[in-house]
Design a binder for this molecule. Structure first.
Ligand SMILES: [Mg+2]
Length: 344
């Protein structure tokens, strides 16, 4: 049985590893991947231009989601419950600043001071445009009609912080800040829910099935639900991985990215390495499907279930470990904590 700390670290670092594994092949078709890496595709972490095993916008934004949750918790303790998505929105505006776009938000706190986050790794246009608009999207007042996977790729930590139903709702709200199509935010809610269910000790398949039931309660959930359902049944079939993944889609949109990740995580639920390798070697959005698969299985297997050399090699490994520990604590009444996660 994994400790809470091991699961939290597994979720954040596992996601970063899947992200980094998929990054060199994000924009390559499978035949190009095979030409470059051989018939098995990319199977190991590779150093990028910075000479580090690089994380991308998926992990950067996941880190800023986490920051938003910790700031909101701090605010809640000291000034009463505030509007959590608004605090998360401000954290995303801080991320926008790390991408070289000035936004009107305090550049304080520990996360913003991490130099390694101030770099562009193919950030999604929908996220950039929505955050630059000066408006904050909600489910009731969608900011656009995008269902890109930029919502779901960043909402895993919500499941580390909140119980299942609340995690689903807040996952949706956090994604809807930038993605207005129901499949763009419901997929995010479903991921947050699955992570919360894993933390509560449920088996993976039950976690995914319960997420479906929760998703059905929301309007316009048919598209997202159909694909989650399909991923669950494909994971029990003996269809070859490539065919199964192809039938779920390429993962550029939220429900496809989630479905491919659920498939890979369920199919190889006791083998982190095999699951993320399967999740990144296809025509589609490899870093996001790698990241989400890594989030899910990392939470399920815990940090000890992830190859040790990968944990060592991944960029920002120490910072992610620290962040996971802070998430376990939730809040600390100390000056240091208030400086790390100011409540706004
Ligand atoms: Mg990316």
């Amino acid at each position: 049985m994994q400790t809470r700390n091991e699961r939290y670290q597994g979720c954040l670092i596992g996601g970063a590893i899947g992200d980094a594994l998929g990054w060199p092949v994000e924009f390559l078709k499978l035949d190009e991947i095979n030409r470059k890496y051989g018939p098995k595709g990319i199977t190991n972490l590779e150093k990028g231009r910075s000479n580090l095993v690089e994380i991308t916008d998926d992990t950067q934004m996941t880190i800023f989601t986490t920051e938003g949750l910790l700031r909101a918790a701090n605010r809640g303790r000291n000034r009463g419950i505030g509007h959590i998505p608004s605090v998360v929105h401000r954290s995303y505006l801080r991320w926008l600043n790390t991408q070289g776009v000035t936004s009107d938000v305090e550049k304080d706190g520990w996360i913003y001071s991490i130099e390694g986050l101030h770099t562009r790794r193919a950030p999604g246009n929908t996220c950039l445009d929505a955050l630059m608009s000066g408006k904050m999207g909600t489910m009731e007042e969608p900011i656009n009609n995008s269902k890109g996977c930029g919502g779901v790729m960043r909402t895993a930590p919500i499941g580390l912080f909140y119980k299942k139903e609340q995690a689903f709702k807040l996952g949706c709200e956090s994604a809807a800040i930038t993605h207005g199509h129901p499949s763009g935010y419901l997929s995010a809610g479903a991921l947050s829910y699955i992570i919360a269910a894993i933390i509560e000790g449920l088996d993976l398949e039950i976690a995914a099935e319960q997420a479906l039931i929760e998703c059905e309660k929301y309007p316009y959930s048919e598209e997202c639900n159909k694909l989650i359902q399909k991923a669950i049944s494909l994971s029990k079939s003996d269809k070859p991985d490539l065919q199964a993944i192809e039938s779920l889609g390429e993962g550029w949109v939220g429900e496809e990215a989630l479905a491919v990740s659920i498939y890979c995580a369920l199919k190889y639920k006791n083998n982190f390495e095999k699951a993320v390798i399967t999740a990144v070697n296809h025509d589609g959005d490899s870093d996001s499907t790698g990241a989400i698969t890594g989030n899910i299985l990392g939470a399920y297997l815990g940090i000890k279930g992830i190859p040790e050399n990968w944990v060592r090699e991944i960029e920002l490994s120490e910072e992610l470990t620290q962040l996971a520990e802070d998430l376990v604590k939730t809040y600390e009444d100390s000056e240091e904590w208030h400086e790390k996660y100011p409540g706004w």
